[in-house]
Design a protein around this ligand. Sequence first.
Ligand code: HEC
Length: 90
Amino acid sequence: MSDLHHFNFEAVDEYKAWQGFYEGAFTSVNKAIQAKDIKGFENAYATVISGCNDCHAGMGYNFVKVVKMKAPADIGIDYMVKSEPGIVHK
Ligand code: HEC
């Protein structure tokens, strides 16, 4: 078993900021996906990318620069196959 299983992420100082980011900024991305709102998604995605980079710069990691992806990160999956946002199991 890896040490990662025993690591208490919530005890890390940055955890609260992370949690706020994912529960805040990321929510609008997920909502736009659920609503199949492509314009809303583009806006929310751009906002999240700015948020990623604002935090990196604010914590002294301005060289960690997130950019908008031009294609899906996973080339092992055919994302053109039709699906519905609600189909993912919780
Ligand atoms: C709450 C602050 C914060 C937010 C928000 C944040 N990051 Fe980071 N990120 C960090 C810090 C601090 C580091 C550098 C420390 C580290 O690598 O552990 C980092 C490092 C990274 C790295 C480099 C990891 C490595 O091992 O080199 C990537 C990739 C990354 N972030 C992606 C993202 C993406 C994508 C987002 C937005 C979806 C994001 N981050 C949002 C704080 C944040």
